[in-house]
Unconditional design. Sequence first.
Lengths: 113, 801
Amino acid sequence: MEIIMSILAGFLFTVGLYLILTKNLIRIIIGSSVLSHGAHLLLLTMAGLKTGAPPLLGLEADTYVDPLPQALILTAIVISFGVTSFILVLGYRTYKVTGAAETDQLRGTDTDE
Amino acid sequence: MFTILHLAIIAPFLAAVLVPLLYKFIPRIHTGWFVLIVPIILFSYFLSYLPEVSGTGSVMKTFEWIPSLGINYIAYVDGLGLLFALLITGIGALVVLYSIYYLDKHKEQLNNFYTYLLLFMGAMLGLTLSDNLIVLYTFWEITSISSFLLISYWYTKEKSRYGALKSLLITVMGGFALLVGFVLIASVTGTYSIRGILEASDQLADSPLFLPAMLLILLGAFTKSAQFPFHIWLPDAMEAPTPVSAYLHSATMVKAGIYLVARMTPLFAVSAYWFWLVTGFGLLTLIWGSLSAIRQTDLKGILAYSTVSQLGMILSMLGAGAAALHYDSIDNNAYTIAVAAAIFHLINHATYKGSLFMMVGIIDHETGTRDIRRLGGLMTLMPISFTIAVIGGFSMAGLPPFNGFLSKEMFFMSMVEITHFPQYSVDSIGILLPIVAWTASIFTFVYCMMLVFRTFTGKLQKEKLPTKPHEAPFGMLLSPLILVALVVFIGFFPNTLVPTIIEPAMASIMPELAQTGSFGVDIYFWHGFSLELFMTIGVVLLGTAIFLALQKWNKMHVIFPENRLFNQAYNRSLEGLDRSSHALMSWHMTGLVRDYFIYIFSFTVVLLLFSLFGTGAFTIDVENMVPVSPYEAILSLVLVGSSLILMFTRSRLKAVISLGALGYTVALFFVLFRAPDLALTQLTIETVSVTLFLLCFYHFPQIFDALKETKFHAVNFVISATVGLTVTLIGLSASGTRLFPAISDYFLENSYKEAGGNNVVNVILVDFRGFDTLLEILVLAIASLGVYSLIKLRLAGGENK
């Protein structure tokens, strides 16, 4: 399972990055979202899968899975949501102001002030 | 202990801080009057050291700055240092006095001027009176910077900025070389103290770093002292106000290189390279400078090239004087005369060149021009200036009864004497040295005559002068008059300087010889009908002939290679640097975010793969892996499927939906992998995200139109696939490896005990790492503020549609 999860994480990275490398603003935003999914899965996999019960002490199990990566991922999910929503609105606004949906059109030149 | 000596060295810096305040709050009085106090007090203070350093004495005061690291500020006053300290403060006082009349308090920014000037004065004092090489280097660079600021004082002028930049680039380049040279020396001798290094000079002489260190230090000295071919910055530095030219670019700063060569002479004099490089470049600069000077039409241009040439002359004497250090004793050691001559000429040059610069400043001030083609016949209108010019100019030309005559005779004597030196094949080609020296002196004579007679005799061309010429006010004449009085005084009583300044300075340059007895320097006019006298007579006769014939000699420009050669080399290399750096930048700084991402990720991949395989960290531990359940297999397929759709879809709705599907699949994975909190959060967030995307889509569907154009981009895919592969490899190696015990056990144990919570993940977030969560909330708050204002904000004229 770890092998599959690692490959999946790598796959999500590939897709996310491929989308980020395109010129289209919407694809870039979607790509960053995909990229963070990949990162979350990677973190979870690296800590070891299914090594115990969920980290809820009330279950009174012998072993629990590592709670620390979960805390990290939880933070990351929230932050990535913040980032995604911000750049989505930024892209929306950029399009509204400049009419550009591609990064090429937004490229500044040296003569711009 | 922090002594008065330390205070004296940093006093100019302290005063520099006060200057802007004085300028602002007491505008009625010319700021120069306040500044004048500083060099006068310092000059009298340093005079009090004369008895202490006479003979071979020296004064050393240590201030323990950071004692725990052994970093001390050691002020060290010996003959050589004191000579420079007196020059810096003495000439400094006269220059400040002169500048009070030269710079108008209503029109000029005096605060800048005097701040820079005091900065320079302090740096120069620190340079000459410190024992530590790094301290010396630091002050060395401060002099370059203050020189840059002073040259560009009239920064609205294009030429000022050009000259300032040129001087900075050339001198700082030399400064870097100097720093490397110092570090090389210190790596051999193990100390940065100059005295410590001089004691370990044998150690350095045997080291393979001896020659590189010497060349680097000479590069520093030659650039600072405007030696051929680095002299090109000095004529352009003449764009500075004349008091600055008189002070920095003739009397003091350019002599820092000479100071360094003198300081390092005991260290390097054993080398034949030192002898030939210093003497050779000195003489080359001497003749090049004097030849260039006679082609100038600007009075300050003449003085600039004459300074270049005279600096070369002083250096050549120091180089020749290095021969003296090959003997153990002072007796019958005729080569010490060269060092005496170098020091004597250094003082003389400061006096007559200072007065000449000030005289030129007066001409410029009172007639509005410095062009000798427009000047002439000022003798009757400006008699005092004429007197100054005659005394200064004749002294520079080497005519009796002025001090320049004495040092020029000594120069000839030392150049003739050096031909008897038995080593370094001087006996075969050494005869060239006096010949070059003599030839250069003829041209020196010519430009001195030009300076005096083109300006003051001939026909007055009133119509060519911007203003009506008249004699300068007394205050302006005072400083040059003091200097020419010194020229005459030293000319008649040169031996007053010998025991007080010249011999102690010689003792610093030749410390071992000084132990064996007195140098016995005796300077006087009449040596009988010696070779030197005939050389001087020859200079006067030939020089006069050339001067009279000079007008017909304009073909010189054709015969003599253009000085522009070096200027062009400088300009071209500057332009080339500019162009190539621009080309390099525009080649990789494309302005496309995509390209920058590619750089970042390529670099990351290379770094990660290198460390993964380079350190042998890549392992796959199959033993402890959990088996794959069918449920997980289905989820994986859904994940892959939805990402593939995301990658290639042209439909906007499909994209949004598969992004949602992807997010929910991840949430289901969280459930399977025993992470209920994550699953809950992910579900909530994913729902909100999809809603947000849909809202955006609903309000502004056009933005998604661009999705329709899609083209598979192979390069991008290769890059992203490589990154994905790297991530997979890292994930595989990491999941099986535990190098350290996890800190999670701590949380599991203490979650209930310390924080009273059963949900460990929640406890970590809100309790153990509560501050992180607080900051996370802050990030979210900022993001939501951003979102809100981006939606609501209406910029004036910012809307296209």
